[in-house]
Ligand binder design. Structure first.
Ligand SMILES: *Cc1c(COP(=O)(O)O)cnc(C)c1O
Length: 368
């Protein structure tokens, strides 16, 4: 048996007639840039989120950058975020002129440790970017209380957390605005790069939409950038949005089955979900001291696994200039050598899940 880490083709086959028709419609109408499919997507996604505005753009990274510019970040402004994420969360802070300030992650949830935020606040701090990593909500109650007290903005990085909830409320609806990636492998994925942001702030939405499109069509109100969602990607996303809830539930079913089959196996730590969180399992991440050997064993058994991510952000060469020690972020540092993401996607069959679990059990049974 071969189990890929994700199988985007399996999902395509379940919606092929709708996708093929949507793509054909874009071509028939030459609706390549902007146009009805993009307008429809912005409406569908703002409605799905219960937010006033969705501004689509080229990818999830741009969405973070555009928002920080819209929130008026100035050179030297400090932004606090997690040490355990994908680099989009932090490279955009620097691109926008800001300074990246890391906090450690929590052991249980992998998310930013809110209890450490206040110790990092200075007179230059302007905002916080919590990431709902792997699909589990960060502690938005704590983050919002700190933001309110210190008058900071909050951008939620929801690239991995479409439809996840904290205390029953959708993530992405807590902060000033939230960003989404619709990269193919994300829980809601296009067939190329795609992204967007949501907000209830009319002025912010208008500024971001203008900035992302060369600073305005016809009259250039300012210099902007070119970051557009294209019609083909929007048409594909429009087909997928109505299926997202069902796919999210399927991911939860896979995760629950893994939890059941992997309980008490070897030294494995299966994902822990904190109270009041509805996890959407973009990734199913286990931890073990024998990570590298297990990864190799599973690879030999035809099972695709990934490291999300091989290092905590402060320890990449890109952030060497900050001069951090591993002891500055002990949880993120320890996790990076233990984490392993197992295959998870809505179309996984029980047979596939059992094959993965049995292979892991065989690894430990062989005394490795
Ligand atoms: C995927 C991802 C992004 C950026 O998305 P792109 O669409 O690839 O630019 C941002 N933050 C996190 C946490 C992500 O996983």
């Amino acid at each position: 048996m071969k189990i890929p880490f994700v199988d985007l083709h399996a999902q395509y086959l379940t919606i092929k007639p709708e996708i093929d028709a949507a793509i054909q419609d874009v071509i028939t109408n030459s609706a390549y840039i902007r146009g009805p499919h993009v307008d429809k997507f912005e409406k569908l996604w703002s409605e799905a989120m219960g937010m006033k505005h969705c501004v689509s753009c080229a990818n999830g990274t741009d969405a973070i950058y555009i928002l920080m510019r819209g929130l008026g970040i100035k050179p030297g402004d400090e932004v606090i975020t997690t040490s355990h994420s994908w680099i989009s969360t932090t490279e955009t802070i620097t691109q926008a002129g800001g300074k990246v300030v890391f906090v450690d992650s929590e052991y249980d949830t992998f998310n930013l440790n809110a209890a450490q935020i206040e110790s990092k606040i200075t007179s230059r701090t302007v905002g916080i970017i919590p990431v709902h990593l792997y699909g589990q909500p960060a502690d938005m109650e704590a983050v919002m209380a700190i933001a309110k007290k210190h008058k900071l903005w909050v951008i939620e990085d929801c690239a991995q957390s479409h439809l996840a909830r904290f205390k029953g409320k959708l993530v992405g609806t807590f902060g000033d605005a939230a960003t989404f990636s619709f990269y193919p492998g994300k829980n809601l994925g296009a067939y190329g790069d795609a992204g967007g942001l949501v907000t209830n702030d009319d002025k912010l939405a208008d500024w971001c939409a203008t900035y992302a499109r060369h600073g305005g069509k016809g009259e250039h109100m300012m210099e902007g950038i070119n970051s557009r969602l294209d019609g083909l990607q929007a048409a594909i996303l429009n087909v997928k949005v109505p299926h997202l809830q069902k796919w999210t539930e399927a991911r939860r079913t896979v995760a629950a089955r893994y939890n059941e089959l992997l309980a008490g196996v070897g030294d494995l730590v299966t994902p822990k979900v904190a109270a009041n969180r509805d996890h959407v399992y973009h990734l199913y991440v286990i931890r073990t001291e024998k990570r590298d050997a297990l990864k190799k064993y599973l690879g030999d058994a035809g099972i695709g696994t990934v490291l999300n991510y091989p290092k905590a952000l402060p320890f990449y060469p890109a952030y060497a200039y900050l001069g951090h020690q591993t002891s500055d972020f002990p949880v993120s540092y320890a996790n990076s050598s233990r984490i392993l993401s197992l295959p998870i996607f809505p179309e996984m069959t029980d047979e596939m899940i059992q094959y993965v679990a049995n292979s892991i059990k065989a690894f430990y049974a062989a005394g490795r």
